[in-house]
Write a protein that binds this ligand. Sequence first.
Ligand code: ADP
Ligand code: MG
Length: 412
Amino acid sequence: MSDHATTATATATATGQRILLEHVTKRYPGQEEPAVADVTLEIPAGSIVMLVGPSGCGKTTTLKMINRLIEPTSGRLLMGDEDVTSIRGDELRRRMGYVIQAGGLFPHMTVATNIGMVPKMLGWSRARIAERVDELLELVSLDPAQYRDRYPRELSGGQQQRVGVARALAADPPVLLMDEPFGAVDPITRQRLQDELLRIQEEVQKTIVCVTHDFDEAVKLGDWIVVMDRGARVVQYDTPERILADPADEFVENFIGSGAGLKQLTLTRVRDVELRSAVTVPTGSPAADAIRGMRAAGHRHVVVLDERDRPVQWLSERQLGRSETIGHEVDGDLPVVGSGATLNDALDTMLVSSAGAALVVGRRDVFAGVIDVETVMTAITKARESAGATTADAAPIGSTTGSGPVAQGAGS
Ligand code: ADP
Ligand code: MG
């Protein structure tokens, strides 16, 4: 399991394995109450499970017991069907990538050396490590030629975090553990990194356990959410949809906070709603043609696309009237969202741009349409109507969804 006979590629990877914590308890010396008290929890293979709860409730301790950076005081830990409670800790950790805030990179090592660390320990050849490093940099959207020889201090916070994710994936482990991975970056970068994690997960299908104190992040990223209280007591373990629609108790309600309806926006992706069409013209077109097309369609703006169909300008009739042909310049302030972005993100982008609308791009940033506030309002209404109507499928052990096996310390 821990040796990799074939060269791993980003498209043919070891997919996730389920994890099971059985009656796991952690008592720190000198502490009256256990930090984690008898937790039973299954993390389904290939899914993202978010651990949320107030500070000090035991999230990090729970996470670190999964790769046994912290040894449980009692209880059992299974990976797939294998009992890994007492196998060698470092062997277990090679099968589980670990991502912490700000990437946790070694400052004196280059990006390539950081990423190649575990493969090197596993005895991969230099050529194979170099190939893997480049492949992973591509995966996290960093140009290998530009970044592989840089040092962490030469990177932005977001870039360091990307390298941290690349490093965790280096030896293609089936499991990824993340502890508040996006806590140290600004909101815009955080949103991008979240989108990127979801895109990467579509490709790699790992089992991901991610700690956050941000409920919105949990809703956005999680296939499942575990809401924890002190002692890592599982108060509710369910899908984001059902937690929002039917919080188990007042604790969960408070944790969700106000505006649960608005949080539905985080559950819907831009690609899931019907976009508005737009009049598009290529750069270099005569302005008169653009104005004619715009009037014929009854629109007030045209979207200017470059030679690869990426939006570069968004012009009103008045702006078009300023010159005879449309130039090739790129408007750096265009309100653009990816089709994988949540409606919440789209709304943010619209409000920041004050355009009341945003341009949507798909793969390779190709223009896909326009999303506006009205589109978002319609989606909120729809989401409200369908909330809670979903049924539990393959509920994990420890979940509180009703159809799963009985949860330990779960529910009321
Ligand atoms: P969270 O990640 O949810 O904020 P932690 O798992 O870090 O919570 O901590 C859970 C509880 O265990 C807290 O009360 C914390 O003070 C305590 N704790 C964490 N690490 C240690 C340690 N090494 N020694 C003693 N107590 C600890
Ligand atoms: Mg923590």
